[in-house]
Design a protein around this ligand. Structure first.
Ligand SMILES: Cc1cc2nc3c(=O)[nH]c(=O)nc-3n(C[C@H](O)[C@H](O)[C@H](O)COP(=O)(O)OP(=O)(O)OC[C@H]3O[C@@H](n4cnc5c(N)ncnc54)[C@H](O)[C@@H]3O)c2cc1C
Length: 314
């Protein structure tokens, strides 16, 4: 009997349900044969609810593993993977998940495949070299540790089932950085950049004013993104940067305004399902990958788009 192990950060689980990226992982796991086991990063009252998303068993650590970022969850997931004799371990594509995946690769002598966009049996599809190629990989006879990009699959329907909940001793993570103090960023009310369905990004063409980008993002319920030119200029925090050295996003709709479309930017967004580009240069490279190109001044186009969307939403 094969077992798919899914790592779920307990912070993505609340009384309202499960985060979308984690729901996608459980959807992919449910499409595979065999049991679906969840390794939850911390004890949680709603652990059994993960049965609604297809988990057969949820294994919770005896204590929160997050105090030692990446090292704590990795030690715990490795213990669960051994215990459950997992064939595949699925994680989200966040920076922390990728670090956990790397540590799991070492601990379990496993193959690690990141940025995956589709899973068929033991074949994992990803987009590489700034999206110029699509590769299909396996880890041969070895355990596969896979990080799945958000918005790769439609989250499946939820049921009424409860999962069996088991507790496993949280192993000592060994030498690790320990969080001593946490400051919670004020909530923007917008979805997170990496798992948003819609992202509105701005670049150097904004000339320092992200207002029109934020207005359009709010009208669409979208996340805000940026090019490196914009983050380097200090117009917006680096955490908003999309691209090779920033975040990788794969939303259903990506709107790029005042962004030329450098290969390093495209590397982080060109797997978006629909790309809309707004640029006053008809020869801007971003138009080569855009599904809809608008040649115009963004200071005119963005407010008009926002106005029209608000009007249609009533
Ligand atoms: C190792 C390395 C890693 C990098 N990583 C990243 C990364 O992760 N992400 C990233 O984005 N970049 C990255 N870069 C930088 C990248 O090469 C580009 O320099 C950057 O993406 C350019 O940002 P931009 O498109 O905003 O600016 P520009 O290339 O200057 O483009 C601005 C665009 O705005 C248009 N414009 C100007 N005014 C208006 C207006 N009023 N209305 C409409 N359009 C207008 C212009 O026609 C132009 O096309 C990296 C570079 C290196 C070397």
């Amino acid at each position: 009997m094969s077992t798919t192990l899914v790592y779920v950060d307990a912070r993505s689980l609340s009384a309202d349900g499960l985060g979308k990226a984690e729901h996608e992982l459980l959807t992919v796991a449910g499409q595979r044969e065999g049991d679906v086991v969840v390794a939850l990063s911390a004890p949680h009252d709603a652990a059994a609810d993960l049965g609604r998303y297809g988990a057969t068993t949820v294994v919770v650590p005896s204590a929160d593993t997050a105090a030692a970022p990446a090292a704590g969850p990795a030690a715990f997931v490795a213990a669960v993977a051994r215990d459950a004799a997992a064939d595949v371990v699925l994680l989200t594509n966040s920076l922390e998940s990728k670090e956990i995946a790397a540590r799991l690769g070492v601990k379990l002598t496993a193959g690690v495949i990141t940025d995956v966009v589709a899973v068929e049996g033991d074949v994992f599809t990803k987009s590489v070299l700034a999206g110029a190629y699509t590769t299909r990989s396996t880890t041969g006879p070895h355990l596969a540790i896979v990080t799945l990009k958000a918005n790769s699959v439609e989250p499946g329907a939820t049921g009424e089932r409860s999962a069996e909940v088991r507790t496993l001793e949280a192993p000592d993570p060994g030498p690790a950085a320990i969080i001593e103090r946490t400051e919670v960023k004020p909530a923007s009310g917008r979805p997170g950049l990496t798992d948003a369905r819609v992202v509105v990004s701005g670049g150097r063409g904004l000339d320092g004013n992200f207002g029109p980008i934020e207005d359009l993002a709010d009208a669409l319920g979208a996340a805000v993104g940026a090019s490196r030119a914009a983050t380097d200029a200090g117009w917006i925090d680096h955490s908003y940067q999309v691209g090779q050295t920033g975040q990788t996003v794969s939303p259903q709709l990506y709107i790029a305004a005042g962004i030329s479309g450098a290969v390093q930017h495209k590397a982080g967004m060109q797997t978006a399902q629909t790309i809309v580009a707004i640029n006053n240069d008809p020869d801007a490279p971003i138009f080569e990958i855009a599904d809809l190109g608008i040649v115009g001044d963004l200071t005119e186009v963005l407010p008009q788009a926002t106005e029209e969307i608000k009007k249609r939403k009533g």
